[in-house]
Design a protein around this ligand. Structure first.
Ligand SMILES: Nc1ncnc2c1ncn2[C@@H]1O[C@H](COP(=O)(O)OP(=O)(O)OP(=O)(O)O)[C@@H](O)[C@H]1O
Ligand SMILES: O=c1[nH]c(=O)c2[nH+]cn([C@@H]3O[C@H](COP(=O)(O)O)[C@@H](O)[C@H]3O)c2[nH]1
Ligand SMILES: NC(=O)CC[C@H](N)C(=O)O
Ligand SMILES: [Mg+2]
Length: 526
């Protein structure tokens, strides 16, 4: 939870998206925010009486279930008591039909793909400016009659009930998916719903968010309490720290743990940027020996991740005890850079997805430390965090930095992690990224890094036989890191990087380029 002061949904007009498990549900939220309308997603099972705030309107998403199936999810009927406009999309519309007469059945054929929308009532504010546009369908069930109290306002070649509205209440249903880009005017429809029908204010901007969030943090923390946070120098923790610093100054204590597997010069560079550049009260803890000692002899990737995660918690807790707040009290709050996609993953009606690898985070600290959490970025998508960072005066370079995993180079040195192995991987990575920047490609690539493989290969340098290790280069393009494709570098670029690495990094005899997509591979090698 982000604390007891007013949540964002109470401070901004909010459209509530109820998720019935569609793979597109979060896109509804995204699209509305692009129009500066704040939207938040909750599972379809959300009890309205437990909401704690009143939405300006409700959108019920699509979903993989059939409303008539025994185990199908259903909405809390209190949504109809709120008196706010409701829009059902695909499953959401079928749910409206099910509640109002149960006229939903399996269609003869599935309808998947583009269709042409024909609006019957052009005066209806939902369809302002979108008649005859292409809409995207994805359903197997259909309405076999009008729900009680509803009328048809739009049709498509295949759907006689493509759009419906209640005779007297602002309750709408559409069979197509306005949230996907294939529905060419879909964004406009969502905006029409939120603005024309719900009268939601279009004031969701990062400028407004900063102001409201700083006020919220100050109220939550009060005039004297102090806050700590683990900061990596990555985008999320830096933006969150800057926001905390704006709100409470030096009562916020940032801790960067040098775990011995950071990138070349990283601890020093981050310190300079955060302390000198951004005025953040940051302490760097050099725990590299402790981490490397614990990693000795360990080759299993999951064991490495667990050791690093646990050691991290240990070091962080120890340091937290060393901080003595000025008011003589204990530290009361812990800052975390949690983003909205993490929240969506955990609240999604389908539940969290299967663990492929244990991603390191500091969530494990909570119970032991009895600290309360502050998560100022909890409602934001990554691009919103980047925009926020720029408004807070964080440099373009830092804001657009490629993500770097918590276990760092330890999962990029395959096999045992030793100081000398980390050194080789570090130098190769540095050269690779330097060349990417020189070629003007850094912002075009989502993430790039070098891995050191635990195999030796024969080479010849200066007429001498060499027998040294292999570096694998990885560069990917992705929007969400869930799926990714490898970046198609020019041959001359790869040739130059390979030549520099073999010439400049002792211990490397060969360089390869990873041309595997995700899936079946993952981004990191371990
Ligand atoms: N070396 C470190 N020292 C202190 N905290 C760390 C360190 N590495 C990771 N963390 C903590 O773990 C969190 C999760 O890391 P994650 O990589 O997801 O986010 P980030 O580093 O802030 O941003 P980005 O996704 O851009 O790398 C960080 O926000 C930070 O709180
Ligand atoms: O903070 C992090 N802690 C981790 O333990 C971790 N493991 C992978 N990653 C990053 O997540 C994205 C997807 O990576 P994978 O395809 O390898 O799972 C990529 O961006 C990876 O760099 C991590 N980030
Ligand atoms: N995309 C959807 O919401 C599909 C709804 C329902 N499962 C159907 O097949 O019709
Ligand atoms: Mg990071």
């Amino acid at each position: 939870m982000s604390g007891s002061a007013d949540p964002v949904s109470a401070a901004f007009d909010t459209i509530l998206v109820l998720d019935f498990g569609s793979q597109y549900s979060h896109l509804i939220t995204r699209r509305l925010r692009e129009f500066n309308i704040y939207a938040e997603m909750l599972p379809c099972t959300q009890k309205i009486s437990e909401l704690g705030w009143t939405p300006k309107g409700i959108i019920m998403s699509g979903g993989p279930y059939s409303v008539y199936a025994e185990d199908a999810p259903h909405v809390d009927h209190d949504v109809f008591k709120l008196g706010v406009p409701i829009l059902g999309i695909c499953y959401g519309m079928q749910e409206l039909a099910w509640i109002n007469g149960k006229q939903v059945h399996r269609g003869e054929k599935r309808e998947y793909g583009p269709s042409k929308l024909h609006v019957l009532d052009n005066t209806n504010p939902l369809f302002e400016g979108i008649d005859n546009s292409t809409v995207w369908m994805s359903h197997g069930d259909k309405l076999n009659g009008l729900p009680t109290g509803f009328k048809v306002i739009a049709i498509s070649d295949n759907s006689p009930f493509c759009g419906i509205v209640h005779e007297s209440d602002p309750i709408y249903g559409i069979q197509f998916h306005p949230e996907v880009t294939h529905s060419t005017m879909g964004k406009v429809l969502l905006k029409n719903f939120a603005v024309n029908l719900c009268h939601a204010a279009q004031n969701w901007t990062m400028e407004n968010f900063i102001e409201k969030e700083i006020t919220r943090i100050r109220e939550l923390v009060g005039p004297t309490a102090e806050v700590i946070g683990a900061v990596s120098g990555g985008v999320d923790s830096t933006v969150a720290s800057k926001l905390m610093t704006e709100a409470i100054g030096d009562r916020f204590h940032a801790i960067l743990v040098d775990n011995g597997v950071l990138r070349l010069n990283e601890a020093a560079t981050v310190k300079k940027t955060l302390v000198d550049g951004l005025g953040i009260n940051l302490t760097v803890i050099d725990a590299s020996e402790e981490f490397l000692t614990k990693l000795k002899g360990v080759t299993d990737p999951e064991k490495k991740r667990k050791i690093i995660g646990n050691t991290f918690i240990h070091v962080f807790e120890r340091e937290a005890e060393n901080i003595k707040p000025k008011d003589g009290q204990e530290i009361q709050y812990l800052l975390q850079g949690t983003l909205y996609p993490d929240v969506i993953e955990s609240i999604s009606f389908k539940g969290p997805s299967q663990t492929i690898k244990t991603h390191h985070n500091v969530g494990g600290l909570l119970e032991d430390m009895k600290l309360k959490l502050i998560e100022p970025l909890r409602e934001l998508f990554k691009d919103e965090v980047r925009h926020l960072g720029e408004l807070l005066g964080i440099s373009h370079e830092l804001v657009w930095r490629h993500p770097f995993p918590g276990p760092g180079i330890a999962i990029r040195v395959l096999g045992e992690v030793t100081k000398s192995q980390v050194e080789i991987a570090r130098k190769a990575d540095y050269i690779y990224i330097e060349e990417i920047r020189k070629a003007g490609l850094y912002d075009k690539i989502s993430q790039a890094f070098a891995c050191l493989l635990p195999v030796k290969s024969v080479g010849v340098m200066g007429d001498q036989r060499t027998y040294e290790q292999v570096i694998a280069l990885r560069a990917i393009e992705t929007t969400d890191f869930m799926t990714a494709d490898w970046y198609p570098f020019e041959h001359s670029f790869l040739k130059n990087v390979a030549s520099r690495i073999v010439n400049e990094v002792d211990g490397v005899a060969r360089v390869t380029y990873d041309i595997t997509s995700k899936p079946p591979a993952t981004v990191e090698w371990e």
